[in-house]
Design a protein around this ligand. Structure first.
Ligand code: AMP
Ligand code: ZN
Length: 114
């Protein structure tokens, strides 16, 4: 079993402020939010990043993305949101377990210029 940081959150070895969970996915609040709402959506399966996606992961990703709209609404983002996934050193990835940042209200975000 992978001991990466986000796998440990999935396995409840370290705490997180979880806002949504299902069989495939966990969504929790970013520990250092860059905006008033800053969530991280991760597959429970350890996938490093988009570069490491396997063909069999396509359905997991499709299901995850399909749920973002409702998760965003449930967290107060009724005016829209931004989804980002950093990939590799050139993308500024720090945690090597695939994650999508779901960010809003972007007008108040320190990531506004991205
Ligand atoms: P990235 O640069 O895309 O790999 O971003 C990793 C993100 O994970 C950053 O926004 C961090 O603030 C966030 N992060 C790191 N450790 C934790 C943690 N224990 N719980 C929640 N978010 C975390
Ligand atoms: Zn992991």
């Amino acid at each position: 079993m992978s001991q990466c940081l986000f796998c440990r959150i999935v396995n409840r070895k370290i705490p997180a402020d979880i806002v949504y969970e299902d069989q495939q996915m966990l969504v929790f609040k970013d520990i250092a939010p860059k905006a008033p709402v800053h969530l991280l959506a991760i597959p429970k399966k350890h996938i490093e990043n988009l570069d490491q996606l396997q063909a069999e992961d396509a359905s997991i990703l499709g299901e995850m993305l399909g749920k973002f709209a409702q998760i965003a609404k449930d967290n107060g983002l009724d005016q829209g949101y931004r989804v980002i996934t950093n990939t590799g050193p050139g993308g500024g990835q720090e945690v090597y377990h695939l994650h999508f940042h779901i960010i809003g209200d972007i007008r108040q975000a320190s990531w506004r210029g991205m």
